[in-house]
Ligand binder design. Sequence first.
Ligand code: ATP
Ligand code: FE
Ligand code: MG
Length: 353
Amino acid sequence: TTILGIETSCDETAAAIVRRHGNGRAEILANMVRSQFDEHKAFGGVVPEIAARSHVQYMDHIVAQALEQAGLGFGDLDAIAATAGPGLIGGVLVGLTSAKAMAYAHDLPLLAINHLEGHALTPRLTDGLEFPYLLLLVSGGHSQFVLVKGVGDYERWGTTIDDALGEAFDKMAKMLDLGMPGGPQVEQWAKKGDPTRFDFPKPLLKEKRLDFSFSGLKTAVRLAAEKAAPLSDQDVADICASFQATILKILDNRCRLALARFQTEFPDLPPRLVVAGGVAANRAIGQLLQDLAVEYGAELVVPPIQLCTDNGAMIAWAGIERFNLGAQDGPDFQARPRWPLDETDMALAAKGD
Ligand code: ATP
Ligand code: FE
Ligand code: MG
């Protein structure tokens, strides 16, 4: 099975071609990503209207590049998959509508993919991981634990009640004027700082439900920064280090709870833990997860970073998994700005027909 996957839900215009061989092995034949970073930089965040226009401008080009890199034509494809939500609706519409047009023009089946399902199934693309497994999705827009039981079979165990983790890193960097994207900057500064200098709050840690909250932390950082102003480089480093240390404690606590729950629900399996989302690029967080995996005897999958952040390969792969189970969507499938992962199932996919 060979599928073209299109992703336009945020500020990446992406197209990829993925093939699943008869023996089940997956191969990424092309994975083109054009980041709109420079177009949004001056605004300090993604501007939806600019994002949508830029997707329109580059879509054809990115798809042509993907086909060229794979050395394939539309005639070699079995289907076309595109993100149909959740995300910035203008961008999603561009990708989904383009996919519908290409599918119609080349007489190919269409698969409307939930962006989060793309992230959730990535460890099967990279490592052929078996169900069930626990997904920690930490990106600019999401922070959640999802139990992945099968294709279209997801149980959300917890989510953020305010900011996403990547968003917390970004806001923090903005506050300290460290430049965008914030995560990598904060991580670099944290290396030179004292993680014990500031004691920031860790909301929800006493709660047994698996939710996150990061907005109180953000406020505490702002107050600390105002109090210590004018900030020396050492102050900035100490704030970043203390912030990251707090994040690590929160993640450590939440992951332990989630792993314990996995062990309770699947006593006969070693826990399987998977990370996705741009925050997975953080080395300190990666180390924490490695340590937890050793302690819990868990199988840990951290896909390569270009497959952790938004990309077309994950959408193509989710398309392959669905297509091989007989799913297909019709040209009337509507883009969904909001689309929780646990509302994605094969039944809903079939309804698109
Ligand atoms: P979503 O995929 O949820 O729609 P998104 O496209 O913004 O959101 P990604 O592209 O997956 O998310 O990841 C980007 C986020 O990852 C940014 O918030 C960025 O700050 C964060 N990030 C990247 N590198 C690091 C790092 N080293 N440490 C912490 N955070 C990081
Ligand atoms: Fe994403
Ligand atoms: Mg992004």
